[in-house]
Ligand binder design. Structure first.
Ligand SMILES: NC(=O)c1ccc[n+]([C@@H]2O[C@H](COP(=O)([O-])OP(=O)(O)OC[C@H]3O[C@@H](n4cnc5c(N)ncnc54)[C@H](OP(=O)(O)O)[C@@H]3O)[C@@H](O)[C@H]2O)c1
Length: 293
């Protein structure tokens, strides 16, 4: 299959492109410079020229705190950009896999979120991503919206790399212990996208829609930080900083975060036999191996 990937140089894209290298798919990987998804004309033109049979949209404005002040930019990319890609793909009859987030939910639920739960985002990033989901659903009936959460890898800016950086700079690190979710290894998201792609040929109309995919087991940021340092210490023998649990109310950020970011994997497992990846095993892999793949 000929596949066009947008936002290909981001955290998930860096894992997705190598995953496709082992398949027979022909992948056109475009970074921000090669295609700005907010430019509708260029997007439509490019799709007409390349004629992909599937598009995977990884392009997004992901700076959660900065989005509070840059709302216009966040919506331009996450809503309008998603609309543009969906329209361009639909115009050449190509389906779309579009990435979304747990932040479409408020986090007020006490159990894992399913695809049937009603989104009610509490920050601008979440609102812009929800608007993007609605645009994808509106403009391309053949869509897979894959919501994931707490993505980490050993490059890019994410919780794992931030913790390792802070450990080199500080003896004491405070981490919130009242937000829970499933840390998700970027490579596992990439493998899930490839698995979905490989099953597209067998899709029935009922298979399009929203799916959740998150790492397992659920944990808190505090426990995740503990696990990172335990693994890092075993492998590299570095000095573990002192970790202090704090409440979100004492760790002020411009954007509010949901207390519950847990996404249920039931639907994707039942329909596509895709199992959630274990983040503890992924940490072991990452902290013993310097490269992601
Ligand atoms: N990271 C997480 O924890 C997480 C959690 C849940 C869902 N997701 C979703 O997963 C997807 C991929 O996330 P990620 O972690 O790979 O994010 P990322 O590392 O920030 O990558 C996003 C990419 O999009 C590009 N981009 C931004 N604006 C663009 C535009 N107007 N046109 C084209 N490209 C543009 C960025 O390029 P520049 O950097 O050059 O601007 C970047 O390469 C996103 O939809 C995100 O919402 C991520």
């Amino acid at each position: 299959m000929k596949i066009l990937v947008t936002g290909a140089s981001g955290q998930i894209g860096k894992h997705l492109i190598p995953q496709f290298a082992n398949t027979e798919h022909n992948v056109i990987a475009l970074d921000h410079q090669q295609l700005d998804i907010t430019d509708l004309d260029k997007t439509v033109q490019l799709f007409k020229h390349c004629q992909p049979e599937l598009t995977i949209n990884l392009a997004a404005y992901t700076a959660v705190d900065q989005a509070e002040e840059n709302s216009e930019h966040a919506f331009a990319v996450n809503q309008q950009g998603a609309a543009n890609i969906s329209k361009a793909a639909d115009s050449i009859n190509a389906p779309i896999i579009h990435l979304s987030t747990d932040y479409v939910f408020s986090g007020n639920k006490s159990t894992p979120y399913t695809e049937n739960d009603i989104p009610d985002p509490i920050n601008i990033y979440g609102k812009s991503k929800l608007a993007g989901e609605l645009a994808v659903r509106q403009f391309n009936p053949r869509h897979l919206i894959l919501r994931t959460a707490w993505v980490f890898s050993n490059e890019s800016k994410n919780f794992l790399t931030t913790m390792l950086r802070l450990a080199r700079q500080q003896e004491i690190i405070s981490v919130v212990d009242d937000q829970s979710g499933g840390p998700t290894y970027a490579k596992h998201v990439a493998q899930t996208i490839v698995a979905l792609t490989n099953q597209l040929a067998d899709f029935t109309a009922a298979d399009w829609g929203i799916y959740h995919y998150s790492g397992t087991p659920y944990t808190t940021w505090f426990e995740f930080a503990q696990a990172i340092f335990q693994a890092a210490q075993q492998k590299h023998g570095f000095t573990t900083p002192q970790l202090t649990p704090i409440k979100s109310s004492h760790y002020k950020t411009p954007a509010r975060r949901p207390h519950n970011s847990q996404l249920s994997n039931q639907k994707i497992t039942d329909r596509f036999t895709i199992q959630p990846g274990n983040w503890r095993f992924a940490l072991e892999e990452l902290l013993t191996k310097p490269t992601p793949d």
